[in-house]
Design a protein around this ligand. Structure first.
Ligand code: GLN
Length: 553
């Protein structure tokens, strides 16, 4: 959808009091609501941490790395943005202090600043401002979320930059939404507004006045507290929005609409009359989440089982698959390492389907291979994603065609010793669009992977061609190693079809067991493109197969 307002409006979303209040979700839901009123939106994340990108950050600490079509490794909030708005995120939708500083320092080294003294203001803040404005002509609303909370030292240049930005723009082109927490004190039965007052005071001390307060609380905010917040924080009473805890994130657009968030935003910009929202899509989504007609149990056999955020998009995509089939998907995280010591069967029996997700490093891989054996032999639906596909191929090589020492070069590189026959090898050169990309083994740090969207051709008559309903697809990648086609003939003879290939026929993208009800491994990450209102075909059909299997188990 093109822009219908003549100038893009900027909404800056900041957080206070504590972190993890769901700023990303609030931003995403607001984006969805503005779309429901016919506007075009883009969401952006500005992260104050110093890592240049989240690609090399531990998923234990930071949650999943989300990958965009254009190959950026970003914060998982961009996943929320996409899931709620359907707008494909780009490289230019996520930036960190580290990236900003490294650009400024590169420019300094190149002599772009002509020998001037380089300072946070204006050089760093200018770089941030330029980033915020990229592509402003394409949209009606640009929603920019600032990571962290107000008062963090490293966030200051961002807060200063958005303050300046709003001054540079025409009056009324920017608004500020501040998200805080109202703690409930059980002993006195009161919701406390003081932390929010302090947080707003902190914001105002750096020159920012919020137009809208979004207050997370366990229950509704009584009128008295709302008025108090309005008075002490200098916002209008109808701009104090409650964000109550929800059972499903997919209710957020409806819940925020009911609380008046989108109306408050349009009012703050002085937009009148406001177009009526069409919320049917979100009503349908909420209905499917809250009224399932059955349950399926899916095991995710992985390594980062401690932190669900490490597989955020997979968990969401499974939920979407459930919504498409009107079932609730109960996910259990099973630690792959257990199977290295014990038989997998007692742990996997009773699940209607098994998913082996992506991952890096050897730890847990023997367990994942056992999970693949279990699924193949017992005819349990199996979806292998990236490393999960590689494990399925190694499993087939070892146990079906007799390459006993089959493995991945990744694990040999880790210990600097050749132990495996590389059925999965380190790719050094490949084609992306019209370019040839090359790398060496030593390049194994951030940004040297096959990243972003690549095309694949599906083999006619295969299960995946039927699932996708088309012969060519494009999906997002994030990996260094590839299944070697030298075993293709042997594996296909025993029934493991290479049913999706890169357009040049060199890189296997999908494998499937032809005599199995549902066993598919994909080298890419389909979960990154699934949406609640448009579930990914693979997840949709995987859950359908799980549902069919649940009738048998
Ligand atoms: N570690 C594997 C590789 O680099 C798989 C990566 C992944 O699962 N994302 O090829």
């Amino acid at each position: 959808m093109g822009a219908c307002l003549n100038l893009a409006k900027f909404v800056f979303i900041t957080g206070g009091v504590v972190s993890s209040l769901g700023k990303g979700l609030a931003s995403a839901a607001l984006g969805a609501l503005l779309q429901a009123r016919g506007y075009s939106v883009r969401l952006r994340k500005l992260d104050p941490y110093l890592n240049v990108d989240p690609g090399t950050m531990s998923p234990f600490e930071h949650g999943e790395v989300f990958v965009t079509d254009d190959g950026a490794e970003t914060d998982l909030d961009l996943g929320h943005y996409e899931r709620f708005t359907g707008v494909a995120a780009r490289k230019t939708d996520s930036v960190s202090s580290g990236r900003i500083y490294s650009t400024v320092l590169e420019k300094e080294r190149r002599g772009d600043y002509l020998g001037k003294t380089i300072q946070v203001i204006p050089h760093v803040t200018n770089e941030i401002k330029e980033f915020i404005a990229i592509g402003e002509e394409e949209v009606d609303f640009m929603l920019c979320e600032i990571g962290g909370t107000v008062g963090d030292i490293e966030g200051l240049p961002f807060f200063e930059a958005i303050r300046q930005f709003s001054q540079d723009k025409s009056r009324g082109q920017c608004i500020f939404v501040h998200l805080t927490l109202l703690p409930f004190i059980k002993a006195s039965g009161e919701l406390k507004t003081k932390p929010t007052q302090h947080s707003v005071k902190e914001l105002r001390s750096i020159g920012l006045t919020p137009d809208i307060l979004v207050c997370r609380s366990e229950g509704i905010i009584p009128e008295k507290e709302r008025e108090k917040l309005a008075l002490f924080c200098n916002v209008r009473a109808d701009s104090v929005i409650t964000a109550q805890d929800l059972k499903s994130i997919y209710e957020a657009p409806l819940a925020y609409h009911k609380e008046g968030l989108d109306q408050a935003v349009l009012d703050a910009f002085g937009i009148a009359p406001v177009p009526k929202p069409d919320l049917r899509q979100w009503e349908d989504v909420a209905d499917r989440v809250y009224n399932p007609e059955g349950h399926v149990k899916v095991a995710i056999v992985g390594k980062y089982t401690q932190l669900e955020d490490a597989y955020k998009s997979i968990a969401e995509a499974l939920t979407h698959g459930g919504m498409a089939n009107r079932v609730c998907v109960n996910v259990e995280w099973v630690d792959a390492e257990i199977f290295e010591r014990e038989d997998a069967a007692p742990y996997l029996q009773g699940f209607h389907a098994i998913l082996v997700p992506g991952g890096f490093g050897e730890r847990g891989t023997e367990g994942k291979i056992k999970a693949a054996t279990f699924a193949r032999e017992r005819k349990v639906p199996y979806l292998g994603i990236c490393l999960g596909m590689q494990m399925a191929v190694i499993e087939a090589a070892r146990n079906v065609i007799g390459v006993k020492d089959a493995g991945s070069e990744e694990f040999d590189h880790e210990v600097g010793q050749r132990r495996f026959e590389p059925v999965v090898y380190h790719l050094k050169e490949w084609v992306q669009g019209n370019y040839k990309v090359s790398r060496r083994v030593g390049d194994d740090k951030g940004g040297t992977m096959r990243l972003g969207a690549y095309d694949a051709q599906l083999i006619e008559g295969s299960k995946v061609a039927e699932v996708y309903g088309t012969g060519s697809i494009d999906e997002r990648h994030r990996h260094r190693y590839e299944v070697d086609i030298k075993y293709r003939d042997q594996l296909e003879k025993v029934g493991l079809r290479f049913s999706g290939m890169s357009p040049d026929g060199r890189l296997p993208e999908i494998v499937e067991w032809s005599d199995h009800p549902w066993f598919i491994g994909v080298q890419f990450h389909p979960e990154l493109k699934s949406k609640p209102f448009d579930p990914h075909p693979l997840f949709k059909d995987f859950i359908r197969a799980a549902k069919d299997n649940s009738r048998l188990v």
